[in-house]
Every structure is written in C-alpha cells, then in structure tokens.
Design a protein around this ligand. Structure first.
Ligand SMILES: *[C@@H]1O[C@H](CO)[C@@H](O)[C@H](O)[C@H]1NC(C)=O
Length: 414
C-alpha cells in the first residue's frame, strides 16, 4: 500500500488551531508580535520562580521583574480565546527557538507506509532525501476495522498487557533508527534533515508523528483519532515533545521524564539531587538545540519552564508519572511546582480534568507507572469514570504556591 499524507498539524482542537507555526500566522492586530530576533538570555529578566504563562514574550523584559513574577506584567493574555489564538502558538514557537529547534515542515514530506503482519515499514521523503524506519503493533483482541482500538505509541517499551486487556493497541517504533541517543546524526530523521540545529527530542517527536501517519493509512484496526504517546526518562522528554507538536495526540504520557520533560529548570534542588540544565546540556547536549546551551548557568533567564510546555498542550490531555524513589528527575518539584502551575492554566482554560499526575512509589522508570496512569488514559479514550485522584501529590503533600505567584492573579473568566 502506498499512501501520502498531507499537512496535519493544524487539525482543529476545541475551536482553535494548534500548529507548528513556521511563520507567524497569528492575527497581528490582536496578538503581541513575537520579537524578532528573539531576546538573548542577557535581555531576559532573571525569574527565580516559574514564569507567568500568560505574559507575551515581547513584554517579558527586565524593566519590572517584580510585577512580572506575580502576574502583574503588562499586556497579559486576558481570555482563553486569546490564549489559543496568540499565546499558545507563541509558546510553541519560542520553545522551538530556545530548546527544541525548528520542527520540519511536514507539508513538504511524503510518507509511504506498508504493513506486513505486525510490522509497519515507514519511508519519509523530503527534499529528495528519504529516511526509513519501522514500527511494530500489538492489537487487543477483538479490534477490527469496524471496532477500532485507540493506540498508545511508545518508544523504549512499556507495560503492554494491562493496556491490551483494556482494549488499547500498542505501537512502538525503533527510535534509535529515527535518531540515536547521541550526536551521531544518523538515522531516518538525520538522513533527511542533517545539518539543521534540531534536538534529538524533536527528532523522536517527529518519529511518533510519522508512525501515526503510517498507522492511519495501514492499520484499519487502530483509531488514529485516539492516540497516546509515551516513553520513560529521556524517551519521556521525547514523548512530551510529541504531544506538544501535534494536535492529533489525544493524551501525552511522559514517564519519569525529568528536565526537558516535565522536570523544571528552576527548583532543581527540591529533591536533594537533580537533573538540571547544566548537567543535561553537558551530558546529552544533542537532546536540544544549540540555543539552549547559551542559557547554561542562566536558567532563571529562560522565559519559560516545564509548566509552560505542559500548559501549551491544553486542551488536550496530559498525564504525568513520577516515582517518589526517583530523586534525580526531581519528582518532588514536578509534583509540587510544575504540575500545579500547569494545572492552574488548564483550570483557567476550563479543562482542568484533562491534566493529572500520578505520584507512585518506586524508582526511575518503574513499569508500574504505566498501570498507575491507565485509568486516566481509559477515561480519556473511553470516558470510563475513575475514582483515582490524579490531583493527589502523595507523600509530597501540597503545591508550593510561592513558585507560581501569578496563579492568584489569573484574569476572571468572561
Ligand atoms: C488519516 O488519513 C486520512 C486520509 O489521508 C486523513 O484525512 C486523516 O486526517 C488522517 N487522520 C489522522 C489522525 O492523521
């Protein structure tokens, strides 16, 4: 079977469009212009608490840091409509500028896929270059073209059986053949895009999306409109990017993801031991673009943090896994700082039930995390009610509200 998919990133979500904005297509008359060039770390204010997600980058200046920190910066976004029209696309653009590198223009790509049993062969061609990789699928019993199953696409493996038993298909692609976890610039993504300043997390995100393109055209037993993405640790950082950059992803499931996932750049000491901008950039600088390297030793000057990434996924579902035995990924700060800050924005947008956290016992990438988040995923895919409280921070207790003081100054709903 030979198929071609077209530009899909602009699919409509809740009356808005979420697209990777290669150009500033936002309405110039009502949105704050995106600064060009983007400010350097020296031009950005030092913010020791989490930046206000509602403040446009243009007004994130060194003039009045005290006001900015507490949600009194000028020209904040005032309504959910403005958020979806102006600020969310701006966030997706600034994250590409400062962290991920610019996502390739999918409208220039041709995706060809063939299925052989449970293997899907994927070939993507752009600019006369082709990259190839494979995905494998496991279908739950009873799935058919007339009874389609939702799917969770993972990299690096997951706990399959509880998902299959719940009627959810599993797909996995070989992320190392999309982009190895190294500076090698080999693999399907780099076969096409070598030479670009793009992080490997973005390459993996692209692998998720091209896998979805291929599943959509070759596996009729799978419902391509109910899709989860997951991975653990560095692969969880990739899953978060996959959820951010494609509005077809229904539920984003970063597991034990740490910094550049849902672990913060700020508050890195809360767990006593922490992954941070400096050690992630020196240990695995390829995860992100080179621009992020200019913020090394200046993380408080970043105009965003992990909560900004999470908030930009709204109104789509996000479920976070962290283990209390996983100090290195700063589970505690993810739970008491990042999660409640992102939830404040989800709540403000009226979709507070679409974000959750599961704080479990156990360590880094403990497979039980997948069962812990499954009831949330079932609620998203099937509407199955759950009594589990995905707002419970477990032994971490309550949110550290001093980390996001702007949340008490959110504009009132219209
Ligand atoms: C699946 O493919 C069809 C036909 O190309 C397209 O219209 C649809 O948007 C695709 N769905 C997803 C979820 O990608």
């Amino acid at each position: 079977m030979r198929t071609t998919t077209s530009f899909l990133l602009g699919a409509a979500v809740a009356g808005s469009t979420l697209a990777v904005p290669l150009v500033d297509s936002r309405q110039a008359d009502t949105c704050a212009p995106i600064p060009s060039p983007f400010p350097t770390w020296q031009q950005l204010p030092t913010q020791s608490s989490l930046p206000d997600p509602l403040l446009p980058l243009k007004y994130t200046t060194t003039d009045n840091v005290k006001d900015i920190l507490v949600g009194k910066g000028p020209n904040r976004v005032q309504t959910p409509e403005q958020w979806y029209k102006c600020r969310q696309p701006e966030i997706i653009q600034l994250l590409q500028e400062y962290q991920y590198g610019y996502y390739p223009d999918h409208s220039q790509e041709k995706v060809e896929a063939t299925r052989s049993g449970n293997t899907v062969n994927i070939a993507v061609t752009a600019g006369g270059k082709t990259g190839k990789f494979k995905a494998t699928i496991s279908l739950p019993s009873g799935a058919s073209a007339s009874k389609k199953a939702p799917v969770v696409i993972n990299i690096g493996g997951m706990q399959n059986q509880p998902y299959l038993s719940a009627g959810i298909a599993i797909a996995q692609f070989d992320y190392t053949s999309v982009a190895p976890d190294s500076n090698s610039k080999t693999g399907a993504f780099w076969d096409i895009y070598k030479g670009r300043d793009i992080g490997v997390l973005t390459a993996w995100a692209w692998g998720f999306h091209r896998t979805l393109d291929a599943l959509n055209t070759t596996v009729p037993e799978i419902d391509a409109n109910r899709v989860g993405v997951t991975g653990c640790s560095r692969l969880g950082k990739g899953a978060l990017a996959a959820g951010l950059f494609d509005s077809r992803i229904t539920v984003t499931m970063p597991m034990s993801s740490g910094v550049q996932g849902v672990g913060p750049y700020r508050y890195i000491g809360l767990s006593g031991q922490g992954e941070n901008l400096e050690n992630s950039k020196s240990g695995a600088g390829w995860w992100t673009n080179s621009k992020l390297g200019t913020f090394v030793n200046h993380a408080p000057n970043l105009p965003y943090d992990a909560h900004t990434i999470a908030a930009a996924i709204a109104p789509r579902a996000l479920i976070i896994d962290q283990g209390t035995g996983d100090a290195y990924t700063d589970s505690k700060a993810t739970a008491i700082v990042v999660y409640p800050a992102a939830k404040a924005i989800y709540d403000w947008l009226g979709v507070g039930d679409k974000i959750g956290i599961s704080v479990r016992s156990g360590g880094h990438c403990d497979m039980s995390g997948f069962s812990s988040v499954l009831p949330f995923v079932q609620k998203v895919f099937f509407g199955t009610p759950t009594t589990k409280d995905y707002n419970n921070l477990g032994s971490y207790g309550s949110p550290m509200s001093t980390a996001f003081p702007w949340s008490t100054a959110l504009p009132k709903a219209q």
